[in-house]
Design a protein. Sequence first.
Length: 189
Amino acid sequence: MAQRGAVILLLLLGLSTGLALLLMAVQGQTRSRQLAQSAARTTRSLAEAKQALMAWSLSHKSTIYNHGRPGELPCPDLHAPDSEDAGWAGSNDDANCETAIRRTGRLPWKTLGLPRLLDGSGETLWYTVSTPFHDSDNSALNPDTPVAMPMRAHTGFGTSYPAAVALVFAPGSILPTESRDTLAAQLDV
């Protein structure tokens, strides 16, 4: 009789182990699918932002800050993320981005005529532009214009762009040690 009880216990242990492994495999597939969907959404948003920035640059008209130079790009959005002005270039205080701290912010999606572009984690894309390529500068732009502060962009595939004039990037989800509760934290890269 004791042997039958041991056999039943071993069968139950085997069944529960098999069931646990099956559930882990299903969860792993679900997680992989979610990660792939998230990466695809981020890729689509980044591509759309790139196209919109190029189109804006080619069709931009003069403003009070400049003369509509071909090749210039808009300043980033420095507004509170949920404000009515979110998505427009600059901030409520000033529309220019002459200082380094003002050249990095969220992608100015309204200025570009886009819907709000989100990465795979649901966060608005961010953007940084180099001097003299932002629209607050009046320096001449031509193919030989040096980038004042070269940025290096690296793709996940090993490609490097040593003299990027602007970068669009996906911030990803909030990290466990990170807080985005205050306006200062929401505007901090």
